[in-house]
Structures are given as structure tokens and as C-alpha cells.
Design a protein around this ligand. Sequence first.
Ligand SMILES: Nc1ncnc2c1ncn2[C@@H]1O[C@H](COP(=O)(O)OP(=O)(O)OP(=O)(O)O)[C@@H](O)[C@H]1O
Ligand SMILES: [Mg+2]
Length: 371
Amino acid sequence: MTASLEARVTAALAAIQNPRLENDLLSAGMIRDIAVTEEGRVSFTFLLAPGDPATLVRSARAAVAAVEGVRRDEIKINVTNPAGPAKSTHAPPADAGAVPPMAPAPQPMDQPNLGKILAVSSGKGGVGKSTIAANLAVALTQAGLRVGVMDADVYGPNIPRMFGVNARPAVIGGKIQPLQAHGVKLMSLGLLIERDAPAIWRGPIIMKIMNQFLRDVDWGQLDYFIVDLPPGTGDAQLSLVQGTHVTGAVIVTTPQEVAVGDALRGAKMFERVGVPVLGVVENMSGFTDPETGRRFDLFSSGGGQRLADEIGAPLLGTVPLQPELAALADAGQPILIAEPDSPAALSLRHIAETLQQKTAGRSAALPILRG
Ligand SMILES: Nc1ncnc2c1ncn2[C@@H]1O[C@H](COP(=O)(O)OP(=O)(O)OP(=O)(O)O)[C@@H](O)[C@H]1O
Ligand SMILES: [Mg+2]
């Protein structure tokens, strides 16, 4: 049984190409020391050369997580530099092949200064989490609220780019100063680290950084604190819910989503730790002709509603494909600022209003309910 699970894990890794080498990760010798236990725990060493995109690590993790029988929360990847530890001060210690012990789960802290904490999450990557998180933040700011955004995507932080900032944050009196853009306070690992560095941070370090972001950043008093999470149910999700009391989660998906497995697992994880799922946002949902206002479904539709039904949470809204959105986002202009009357902006504003209503009665910090 172990052998076949191991074989399937190996095959999943062999299916990932390194575009630089025009070869797959295994043939390229980038994966070492694969260990797979009967219980579905997987660990391996990832030799990431400086020229390789850090997102390869995330792809590897996602591919392994998708293998049936693998426990997603028990995948340990030691990312190391093939040039050897001497070159990198961040390199893991000499026992890099060993599975690091699980850190004891800390008690979540109350942080009333952060206001209501919303986690924006998804099962799959690239569905528009960061876009939704950024625009919800702008919408709430435009409604007169004080809002902060924390980019918790250590493997591919893109909030700074979406807000058009990349200055290094100042430290005053031991507190990291958040940046501000479009009235929103923001902080991202992308502002503090070299572009390719985060891939070598493993779970315990992500937890440390997450806690530092929650506690040592000078957020001031906020009404809403929006956390842009990486896809899936990895270290960042775990660190967030263990570090603070999250008011609720918003799950983002796309209309063509047939298999809701990953998103469902994500939603279940939040529920398990007592974080209510406030609802589902379906993004890239059809296209509205700006001339006629007619709506076209480009792909198959209904993924958002299906997921909402399965989770037992409401569909908060559908955000249409807005062709110019990506270019505007790359230029640091959230669609809510650049084209406030576009169909996508109207929908995002409506979702923000719904979220405000849904969280109106909730205290900033819900108690953790176990069981
Ligand atoms: N409604 C939309 N219309 C058009 N383009 C969109 C829309 N939503 C998102 N995009 C574009 O799709 C791409 C992916 O979006 P985004 O980066 O927000 O996804 P993500 O879920 O945060 O991805 P990742 O998992 O990599 O963090 C971006 O280029 C973004 O500009
Ligand atoms: Mg993102």
C-alpha cells in the first residue's frame, strides 16, 4: 500500500515541468529524499536553484496534495539551494531531510485593534483571491471604514503590485509601518523579502512571520482586516487561525469549477476551528457586454452556487470577467478605483455591503468552538 502511494506521489511530481530546464522535476534531479508513510504523510527535499521560479514549490505541493491518500496538512517540503547551505543564510539546517516536528498549536490572541478579520481563501490558485481581497478592502474603505490588508501568500505575494506600491516598510519604535494605497493599509511578505526567498520558509517560519505581521505591524485601529491567503489548506491558513480569532472566511471559486473537493476541504478546515464560512464568491463569472448589458456565460456556469450548496453557505455574489481588470491590477489600480461603474466593480461593492451586513452582529473575535 505504501509503495503504491509512494509511486503515485512520485508520478505526480514527475508530471511537473521546470520550464527553465525543459524537464520534469524528478528527471531534473530537483526532488530528493521522498518519504511517504502509510498514514499519508509525505516529505521531500526540493532543490530550488536561484533561477527557478519559487512557484514550482507550490505546484509540487499542490500536485502531491491532489494524490488520493495524501494528507494535505502533512506534506513537508524542505526547500534548499542546490549550491549548498554556504551560499544561503536561509538554508535549512543540516538535517534538512528530516521531517520537522509540528510546533505546538498556540492559543489564538484577541486583537481588537484589527476589527473584524476576514480570511479570503480558495481551493485552487489563480481564481482571483487577491483581486477580490484588494477590491473588498477598497469598497469597505469607500464606505468610510478603516481597513487593512495582509498578504499572507508567501509563495506568490501580489497585493503590493495590485495596489501599486513596493516601498520597503519603515520601522518606527520597533513597529513595522504598513504602507497605504487607495486609503487601505497593507502589508505583504513581498515587501520584506527577496523575490525568490519565501520558498525556503517552512511551516514554523511561516507561522512566526504571520504572528509578527499580526502583532508587530503598526495597524492602528481598524474596522476590517482582510487576509489574502494562498490557495489550499496549508501553513498560512493554519497559522492564521491559530494566531488570531478570525471572524469569518470568504471562499473564492470560478464558475467552471466541477470538482469542489479542494474548496470544500478548505471550508471544512475553517469550520473545524470555529471560523464560520461567510459565503462563496464566484469570480470570472460570465461576461457582460458593456454596450448592451447582455450577459454571456463563457464557460460552464454555476460553480459558485454548487460550492455554496455543498458548504451550506450563501453565494455572496458573482463577479463577471472584466477584460481590462488584469491590466489595471498590474498597474496598481483596483477595478473599484479605476472603473467604479463597471459590472465587476458594482458586483464587488455589493459583495462588500453583504459582508458588512453579515458581520455587523459579530464581535471582532469569535470564540473557538471545538468539536
Ligand atoms: N473578474 C475578473 N476579470 C478579469 N480578470 C480577472 C478577474 N479576476 C481576476 N482576474 C485576473 O486573473 C488573474 C488571477 O487573479 P488573482 O491574482 O487575483 O488570483 P489569486 O487567486 O490570488 O491567484 P494566486 O492563487 O496565484 O494567489 C490576475 O491576472 C487577475 O488580474
Ligand atoms: Mg493571490
